[in-house]
Write a new protein. Structure first.
Length: 235
C-alpha cells in the first residue's frame, strides 16, 4: 500500500515518508523479540505489539512537533513534508491492521484494543493461526523486495552497488527461511507458541530491512519514474 500511494505523488520526500510510515509501526516486533530473549516470556513480548507504535496519538504528537520546529525555523520544510507523509503512511498501516485478525490499540495509552476483522485470530484453529503468521513475512519479499529489485535494474540508479547485493540476499533469505518455517510449522505437532518464536527471531532481520529499505534505497524510490508494480503488470 505504501508503494502504491507513494508513487501517486511527485513530492519526493512526501513519497518517502508515506513508504517509510507504511511499515515502521511494526518496529514494535523488534522490541518484542528483545523482551522475549531477555525474559523468556512470550506473553510479555507480544503484549506490546500494536500499542504505542500503532497509536494515532503517537504519530499525531510527532506531526505537531514537526510543525512547531518547522514554523520556528529549527527544521526544514522538506523534513516537515517527510513527516506529513510519515503520518499518512502510519495511519494507513493502522487502519488496515484494524481489519487483520487481532485488534489495535489505536489511541494508546488510552482505550482498549479495537478490531474490525470479521475473523478473530484467537478463534482460528492452530493450523490457520500458524498459516497467517507464516505468510506475513513471505509477503515482504514478494510484494516489496522483488518489485524494488526490478526497479533498481530498470532505472539503474543503484545497479551493481553493495545495497543491490544486500537486497538480493535479503530476498533469498526471507523466501527461504519463511518457506522452510511454514512447511515445518504447519505440522500438527508444532505448537502455535513454538512457531511464533521460530518465526519472530530469524525474521527480525527481515523486519528491520523492510522498515529501513525506503531510506536505504531512496535514490531509486525518489526517482521520478519509479513505478514498482511494472514487474507484476506483465503477468
Amino acid at each position: 500500500m505504501g508503494y502504491y500511494l507513494g508513487r501517486r505523488t511527485t513530492a519526493r520526500h512526501f513519497r518517502l515518508g508515506i513508504m517509510f510510515g507504511a511499515i515502521v509501526p511494526d518496529i514494535d516486533l523488534v522490541f518484542s523479540v528483545a523482551i522475549y530473549l531477555l525474559t523468556g516470556s512470550l506473553d510479555d513480548a507480544i503484549s506490546i505489539h500494536r500499542t504505542v507504535t500503532h497509536s494515532f496519538i503517537t504519530y499525531s504528537v510527532i506531526l505537531i512537533l514537526a510543525m512547531i520546529t518547522t514554523v520556528s525555523g529549527l527544521a526544514s520544510e522538506r523534513s516537515f513534508t517527510f513527516v506529513v507523509g510519515l503520518w499518512i503512511g502510519t495511519s494507513i498501516h493502522i487502519v488496515l491492521d484494524l481489519f487483520y485478525l487481532s485488534g489495535v490499540q489505536v489511541f494508546y495509552p488510552f482505550g482498549d484494543f479495537i478490531s474490525l476483522s470479521p475473523i478473530a485470530y484467537e478463534n482460528l484453529s492452530a493450523f490457520w493461526q500458524k498459516f497467517f503468521l507464516g505468510i506475513d513475512y513471505l509477503s515482504d519479499p514478494i510484494l516489496f523486495y522483488i518489485p524494488l529489485s526490478k526497479e533498481i535494474e530498470r532505472l539503474k540508479v543503484e545497479a551493481h552497488s553493495t545495497r543491490t547485493k544486500l537486497l538480493r540476499f535479503m530476498t533469498a533469505y526471507a523466501i527461504a527461511i519463511n518457506s522452510a518455517l511454514l512447511s515445518i510449522g504447519l505440522l500438527s505437532s508444532i505448537k502455535v507458541e513454538t512457531f511464533v518464536v521460530w518465526v519472530y527471531i530469524p525474521d527480525v532481520w527481515v523486519l528491520l530491512f523492510s522498515i529501513f529499505s525506503p531510506l536505504i534505497y531512496r535514490r531509486t524510490i525518489l526517482h521520478p519514474q519509479f513505478s514498482p508494480y511494472n514487474y507484476y503488470q506483465q503477468f
